[in-house]
Design a protein. Structure first.
Length: 596
């Protein structure tokens, strides 16, 4: 009896020692597993039933085991193995990849890799991109000119009105009958174009066209995007209210005498990094151009057919835009070679203008887009004939200087309702777009960051987060809706993952989102407001090995050529065209997944 008691006592001592010493050792080991920033993933998280991939930007993690822990239950819910190292076509650095797509329960999670570290926490949830899509649209409100940005809509980023543009001067390059040089006109409203304070028709027209396409492609989703702007209480969706602010300005940029459209409204040189209310330089409307007239005509014609549904708030606005579109198109037909050439202009007129050029070598793609939108809106055969004449033979991603894809999208959207000639042209545009989509998605799953975007050095340039990643994602979504082949939707998600953190820099490129986002964008509004955090919701340009700004960059490797510093306009600026493409992409992707 005594011996048995003694043995039981001994076992209790041993158990006590186990609890006292071994368990704390395990806990300590877990605590020592610190966050490792080389584990890259979409910093917003993942959709429950879609692909979930993270990347380690180091080959040290190759072939290791990893676990995914549910932070609410503190239980490991998935164990997996990291891939072999993957090589880049342009970088000496290697990555390893992990997939955990089997996890589909909403919640908060964290990846753990022994001897490497753990990821930042992330979520799995429905409607993942809804907030960032709405923030992307809300960013346009912050860019408004000629009105106070009030606290009830903007929070701490409120500001007084700047740039009323009620005394804009006709530049000598822009004279016409009844409007000699020095004439003062009123041209208020509109959006600041980018990090600067000027307003440009070419970029505005492109941006408006992209956002109108969002409304046409996903009307239910677009109508429910509530952004808390001054017009939110009217009967018009916030997206169209926001577009009206800019369209109303664009109408003032048309010469009432001949229908031509001024290329831009600008100071001769860029303003400093000061508040809008402190800007005192004279502003001018400069030159008329065929590209400005055609981008104006295209976006006005597209808006005209959409704004017919909001006549209560904007009576007569649709008819006004269509009439303006017709006149601008007619002017361009008469002046097809009137391309904006700033250097040549400055040799002839003063003051010299050195702000954004938005020049072009041809107006062929603009003719196609404008004629297509006018044809769809009016049904008139003469516009179809021009569209057919200028139709592209190869699909090119939509950017401000190459707009034929916007016409392609419109023909694809309305193809089934067109006459036989229209259907034939729409089918041709569909075919060339699908060729692009198929080539772009080929073997994307084998790339270092598991995305179609970012596989080649040529993917990185000024504005690539928009003009190579976001717009490519748009095309994948068109392909997905046409074919219902899941590979297109998956590759759209991969591009979004890349933009939001699964990339070589580890940045989520949207201000105010993710655990590592731009803090010092090249953006005069953010830089001059005295607030530490930048205005949220803006997409920055992205890695750019061109380094045209002369700033010091942390790397020469193409996908790492990004500098989060205010002077870096070549990698860290914001712009409405980039914002428009990202807003379309994020909203359309969220809508597409919700529709499944």
């Amino acid at each position: 009896m005594h011996i048995m008691t003694s043995n039981k006592h001994s076992r209790r001592i041993i158990f006590f020692l186990f609890v006292t010493f071994l368990i704390p050792f395990i806990s300590c080991t877990q605590k020592e597993l610190s966050i490792n920033d080389s584990i890259r993933l979409n910093q917003l998280g993942f959709y429950p039933d879609e692909e979930k991939i993270a990347v380690v930007a180091s080959e040290d993690a190759a072939y290791r085991k990893f676990a995914v822990r549910n932070l609410e239950t503190n239980k490991v819910v998935y164990n997996g193995m990291l891939s072999a190292p993957r090589s880049s076509a342009f970088s000496p650095k290697k990555t390893v990849v992990m997939s955990f797509s089997e996890i589909n329960t909403p919640g908060e999670y964290q990846i753990e890799i022994p001897s490497i570290g753990k990821s930042h926490p992330f979520v799995i949830k429905d409607n993942l991109l809804q907030d960032i899509a709405v923030a992307g649209l809300k960013a346009f409100y912050y860019q408004r000119t000629a009105m106070p940005i009030d606290e009830q809509y903007a929070g701490k980023w409120n500001r007084p009105a700047g740039h009323p543009d009620d005394r804009v001067m006709i530049h000598p390059s822009a004279v016409s009958k009844g409007r000699p040089a020095g004439t003062l006109i009123s041209s208020p409203k509109g959006w600041y174009d980018a990090g600067d304070y000027n307003k440009y028709i070419v970029n505005s027209g492109f941006t408006v066209g992209v956002l109108l396409s969002l409304f046409e492609d996903y009307p239910t989703y677009a109508m429910n995007m509530e952004t808390n702007i001054p017009e939110s209480n009217n009967t018009t969706p916030d997206l169209l209210d926001e577009l009206h602010w800019n369209l109303d300005w664009m109408l003032t940029m048309q010469d009432p005498v001949d229908g031509g459209v001024y290329h831009k409204l600008t100071t001769p040189g860029f303003e400093g990094f000061i508040k809008p209310i402190d800007c005192k330089k004279q502003r001018y409307v400069v030159a008329k151009s065929a590209t400005a007239a055609l981008d104006f005509a295209a976006s006005m014609a597209q808006a005209a057919r959409i704004f017919t549904v909001v006549e209560t708030d904007y009576p007569g606005f649709s008819d006004k835009m269509l009439a303006a579109a017709r006149r601008a198109f007619d002017w361009a037909v008469k002046n097809p070679d009137a391309l904006y050439k700033q250097n040549e202009m400055n040799k002839l007129f003063e003051p010299a203008v050195t702000t954004g050029t938005y020049g072009d070598h041809s107006a062929d793609d603009e003719f196609f887009w404008a004629a297509t939108e006018l044809y769809i809106t009016t049904g008139e055969a003469n516009y179809f004939d021009v569209a057919e004449k200028h139709a592209p033979r190869q699909f090119v991603l939509p950017v401000w200087s190459k707009v034929s894809s916007l016409g392609c999208f419109t023909l694809i959207r309305y193809g089934k309702s067109l006459d036989e000639k229209g259907k034939v042209l729409a089918d041709k545009m569909k075919a060339i777009m699908m060729v692009y989509a198929d080539n772009a998605t080929k073997n994307a799953e084998l790339s270092p960051y598991v995305a179609s975007y970012g596989r080649n050095a040529k993917d990185f340039f000024w504005g690539c987060n928009s003009d190579a990643a976001s717009n490519q994602g748009m095309v994948f979504l068109y392909a997905w809706h046409l074919t219902h082949d899941k590979k297109y939707l998956t590759n759209a998600i991969r591009n979004m993952d890349y933009i939001l953190g699964k990339n070589a820099t580890g940045y989520c490129y949207i201000t105010g989102y993710g655990h590592k986002s731009p803090m010092y964008p090249h953006h005069r509004l953010s830089a001059s407001d005295g607030i530490k955090e930048p205005i949220p919701g803006f997409l920055t340009g992205g890695p750019n090995p061109g380094k045209q700004d002369g700033c010091e960059y942390p790397s020469d490797i193409p996908d790492e050529c990004y500098a989060d510093v205010e002077p870096s306009y070549a990698s860290n600026e914001i712009a409405i065209n980039w914002q428009g493409l990202f807003t379309y992409f994020s909203a359309a992707l969220d809508a597409s997944i919700n529709e499944m």
